[in-house]
Design a protein around this ligand. Structure first.
Ligand code: A3P
Length: 318
């Protein structure tokens, strides 16, 4: 069921296809308000900007692609629904985390597939902070952002995007892809601008924006899961902690557990006119520092320098 009129869709389609700068990162990109994006996500993001009304109790999980979105979604979903399901019944055991928490970009086009239990307060988006519909930034609802070392994000992104099956796919080498990424021409790039937008918001509104780093969460998942739960308004009680509830959720959402589930080894996602990826491509290695296996020291230096210049005195470091 469509939530918007065909006329609105047509107007936005026209704007995207004829009115915006073009580039390519395996697939065609369009540049909108400073960021590059695949047209299918852009359509949803623009619709959301025009129509979406956030509720104060909504919680938005925000991220650039390949920074740990799937993991953050799994952890948040398991935490918020922990009293709803017995251990063996969690929807995470039979659904992709992305099907448990919908993307704002999709909800704006089709009627939401909000998962059981009804009124789950969780939504997600890859939109940069500056793209968020006004009602999200004005309603006082909470935002959780996850980011990751730019070098690992590139390696993860390059692998993921080259595995998307789509008609208009153009394969690009690691070197070409890296050059594009460094210049900001990748999906939701420039990545560091994406991160900085949320970083600044988290400094300005610390009660509303929780800023997380993949590496830190990997290092001490229990600490960050408790922090996340508290921020979302679902803190673990002492009793729950003593009963091992925190560890149970960490185990359920671990790379090894999720990546071995049948839904994630065999499932596929069709997302736009036949474009498809296998669920298992969302679970590649799940390691910190895998960039060392792919980037030369010159490449690493180039990206480090870009990050240093861009992040400057912002207080953020990778
Ligand atoms: P790698 O490609 O480096 O392995 P996203 O979910 O934002 O698309 O990010 C995908 C990255 O997160 C991939 O990184 C993937 O392996 C990793 N990942 C997926 N599930 C994870 C989990 N449960 N724990 C830790 N990392 C996970």
């Amino acid at each position: 069921e469509l939530l918007v009129s065909p006329k609105t869709l047509e107007r936005i389609e026209e704007m995207i296809t004829t009115g915006l700068p073009e580039a390519n990162f395996f697939q065609p990109l369009r540049q909108y308000q400073g960021f590059w994006c695949f047209p299918v996500f852009l359509r949803g993001a623009i619709l959301a900007q025009e129509n979406f009304r956030a509720k104060p109790e909504d919680i938005f999980l925000c991220s650039a692609p390949k920074t740990g979105t799937t993991w953050l979604k799994a952890l948040s979903f398991a935490t918020v629904t922990r009293t709803h399901f017995d251990d063996s019944e969690s929807p995470l055991l039979r659904k992709l985390p992305h099907d448990c928490i919908p993307y704002l970009e999709h909800v704006s086009i089709k009627n939401s597939t909000r998962e059981l239990p009804p009124n789950l307060p969780l939504l997600s988006t890859h939109a940069p902070y500056s793209w968020l519909p006004n009602s999200i930034t004005e309603s006082g609802c909470k935002i959780v952002y996850i980011c990751r070392n730019p070098k690992d994000v590139f390696v993860s992104l390059w692998h993921f995007v080259r595995n998307i099956e789509s008609e208009n796919r153009e394969v690009i080498s690691l070197e070409e892809g890296f050059d594009l990424y460094c210049r900001g021409t990748s999906v939701y790039g420039p990545y560091l601008d994406h991160v900085l937008g949320y970083w600044k918001a988290s400094l300005e509104f610390p009660d509303r924006v929780l800023f997380l780093k993949y590496e830190e969460m990997m290092e001490d998942p229990a600490f960050y899961l408790k922090k996340l739960a508290e921020f979302m308004g679902y803190p673990f009680s002492l009793e729950e902690e003593n009963e091992g509830e925190v560890q149970k959720i960490i185990d359920l959402c671990s790379f090894d557990k999720l990546s071995s589930l049948e839904i994630n080894t065999k499932g596929k996602v069709y997302y736009d006119q036949g474009a498809m990826f296998n669920n298992h491509t969302l679970f590649r290695k799940g390691k910190v520092g895998d960039w060392k296996n792919y980037l030369t020291s010159e490449m690493a230096e180039r990206l480090d320098k870009i990050a240093e210049d861009k992040l400057g005195k912002s207080g953020l470091k990778f």
